[in-house]
Design a protein around this ligand. Structure first.
Ligand SMILES: [Zn+2]
Length: 665
């Protein structure tokens, strides 16, 4: 130990994408070599520490092939020499459900606790922006600091800032403004190392004048360094530097300067790669459907049935979803083989969910209402006979007068939309059948159910073309901006032209929504995460973005590559796709119009109930109180709810607050 406290905290690490431009099996071969060499290094160098990327999946991937190294890893973890968790995988935060983010953190912390002590740092190194409620999720998991890179707006001028969730709960955010790989090429020769450490401090001095300073030594799939502790000991020591853990740095972090509330999705410092919101979109919708099935059907029905909890089967299905939630997987920005394997994982989990549903009893004549309020005469979270009349066909012009399809060439890649120079969109009025281009056919039918204010558009797309983006434009006055559903809440976003904010890449105004987006008295719904953009007079919803390569190096909307330039014919999304889109026209604002409740109805259909009827379950009077989970934990029934509204309601959690409640079931 140096006599003075360290000023520079050097954290050796590797960023481990489990699958990306190579398949899982190839990366895992490298992972086994890496952790083998780490265990050798830890034995040889007593002062070595290593940060295992904030995720436990890579530890499990290793132990599956090296079960004999469990004790060695446990020892290293117990001594604080390797980090464990807190995540299971590093999920994309816009494209998976809020509940899934919690389950990912739960699984990561549980696995970490089985091997040692979970790292209490919300490490979010590579996600393409951060969801607004993340500080609340971390706080609930006993974590008071996040270390992250992308998405921080220019208005945040300090390395450490107070990051507030929508409910006001906050963590300290530590910004790695130059990424997790900024010091990947540290030279270990003492004079060169001393010089470089001074440069690292100088580069951060504006945002962090007092220190201590964090130096991340590693990058994507980089190996364990040899000789780092000795090299630091031999450096000039003008500023004492130590090999440490990320937890040690965050314990000594500078006080927060700036304050920021809500999502971090700016391209100011780094790419946020918004084209990943729509790359391979049908795969994201299938992922979301399975999340909903587990969260809102299988788990609640098993809880209500009071039968022994199928812990292992549910854990299996959830693990497949959580593996697929990793940013390179759910973002659709990997090679075709990776997404084929993700599809196979989803299929296994879908079958596990089917089996669990059937084990509750064969489908009877009744329907299951998954919502915490009465629907179609069926009490909350209960079953009852079907009573609703069938959906009535409606002319398209009655539902969405002036709706159009927009088609534009996209010569970008899986990360970024990029129309060629001079490309102009072609518009087609929405009709029962439209052929916007050779090889592209769009068929639309509209229905409305008696008693519902919603129009339901079923849009079938037959796509045999490529390199273009197809969007549905729903007329709306967007001049006052919009509110969009997000994990555990809703966020307000302003309307503005693209390119308004200078940054690392072109400021595209496509944004993520979860189930709904609302502007000017029009709500557009889609059961999952989706990409939308506010245009002058319309809300545009991306149906397909068809591209043929992982990354391109000559794009106009982004300087340089975001990954290797590998062909991905699967990302052209050839084939038949079907989208159900809800449109609600209303008076008043989104809260007065009960938009979250209608979105709940839209995304959670009544389904044939298992013969052994579950229920009844808890019922909510507050229409803004949303159900996230109903499950058993340690034998007890636990319900997770959140308030999707800005106004306090007696008896409910505070605005945008999340709350766990025990229920007597
Ligand atoms: Zn990554």
């Amino acid at each position: 130990m140096p006599e003075r406290p360290p000023e520079i905290y050097v954290v050796p690490h590797t960023h481990w994408d489990r699958e990306w431009y190579l398949p899982f099996a190839v990366y895992r071969r490298r992972l086994v070599a890496l952790i083998d060499s780490l265990l050798v290094g830890l034995a040889k160098e007593p002062d070595l520490r290593f940060h295992l990327d904030g995720q436990m999946a890579l530890v499990d991937d290793y132990l599956e092939l090296r079960p004999d190294r469990l004790e060695a890893l446990k020892q290293a973890a117990t001594a604080g020499r390797v980090s464990l968790g807190p995540w299971y995988t590093l999920p994309d935060e816009h494209l998976v459900s809020g509940e899934s983010l919690i389950r990912n953190l739960e699984l990561g912390q549980r696995r970490a606790a089985e091997l040692g002590i979970p790292m209490k740092v919300g490490y979010l190194p590579d996600q393409f922006g951060h969801t607004a409620q993340m500080p609340q999720l971390l706080r609930r998991a006993g974590i008071d600091v996040a270390v992250l890179w992308r998405g921080v707006p220019g208005a945040v001028g300090s390395t450490v800032f107070r990051w507030e969730a929508l409910d006001g709960s906050a963590v300290d955010g530590v910004q790695m403004a130059r990424g997790y790989g900024h010091a990947k090429d540290l030279e270990l020769e003492p004079a060169a190392l001393s010089r470089r450490l001074q440069e690292e401090v100088a580069a951060e001095a504006g945002a962090n004048p007092t220190g201590p300073w964090l130096v991340m030594f590693g990058d994507d799939h980089t190996p364990v360094p040899v000789g780092l502790p000795d090299a630091l000991a031999a450096a000039d020591g003008r500023r004492p530097a130590l090999v440490t853990s990320l937890a040690d740095f965050t314990a000594a972090r500078p006080a927060p300067g700036a304050r920021w509330r809500g999502e971090l999705h700016s391209a100011h410092h780094s790419f946020v790669l918004k084209g990943t919101l729509s790359a391979r979109f049908p795969l994201k919708l299938r992922h979301a459907a399975l999340e909903r099935r587990l969260e809102r059907y299988v788990e609640p029905a098993w809880t209500l049935s009071r039968r022994p909890w199928p812990e292992r089967q549910l854990a299996y299905a959830w693990r497949q979803l959580i593996l697929n939630s990793a940013h390179d997987s759910i973002c659709g920005c990997s090679i075709d083989q990776v997404h084929e394997q993700a599809g196979a994982r989803l299929e296994r989990a879908e079958r596990a969910a089917d089996l669990l549903w059937r084990r509750l009893g064969g489908a009877g004549p009744e329907l299951f209402n998954p919502s915490p309020f009465e629907r179609e005469g069926i009490p909350a979270l209960s079953t009852g006979p079907p009573r609703a009349a069938a959906s009535v066909p409606v002319p398209i012009s009655d539902a969405v007068l002036g709706a159009r399809l927009e088609l534009i060439a996209d010569h970008g890649d899986e990360y970024t939309f990029d129309p060629p120079e001079g490309a102009a969109p072609a518009y087609h009025d929405l009709a029962a059948e439209v052929r916007p281009a050779a090889g592209l056919r769009v068929r639309t039918v509209v229905g409305r159910r008696p008693g519902e204010p919603l129009y339901r558009l079923r849009v079938g797309v037959s796509n045999h073309t490529g390199d273009q983006r197809l969007r549905l434009l729903i007329p709306a006055d967007v001049s006052d901006g919009c509110w969009a559903g997000t994990a555990f809440g809703a966020v307000a976003r302003a309307y503005g032209p693209p390119g308004a904010e200078a940054g690392a890449e072109y400021d595209l105004r496509t944004d993520p929504a979860r189930v709904w987006v609302d502007a000017g008295g029009v709500t557009v719904m889609l059961a999952g995460p989706f990409e939308y953009e506010l245009l002058d007079g319309a809300i545009a919803v991306t149906l397909l973005r068809c591209v043929g390569r992982l990354s391109g190096g000559e794009l106009r909307n982004r300087p340089g590559h975001a990954g290797p330039g590998i062909a991905t014919p699967g990302a052209q999304m050839h084939g038949e796709h079907s989208f159900e889109i809800g449109v609600l026209r209303h008076e008043g604002d989104w809260e007065e119009a009960l938009v979250p409740r209608w979105a709940e109805v839209f995304a959670h259909p009544l389904v044939p109930a298992p013969a052994g009827p579950p229920g009844p379950g808890p019922a909510f009077d507050d229409p803004a109180l949303m159900l996230s989970a109903l499950r058993r934990v340690g034998g007890r029934a636990q319900m997770r709810v959140y308030e999707c509204g800005t106004r306090p309601v007696p008896g409910s959690p505070p605005p945008f607050g999340i709350e766990d409640r025990e229920v007597g079931l």
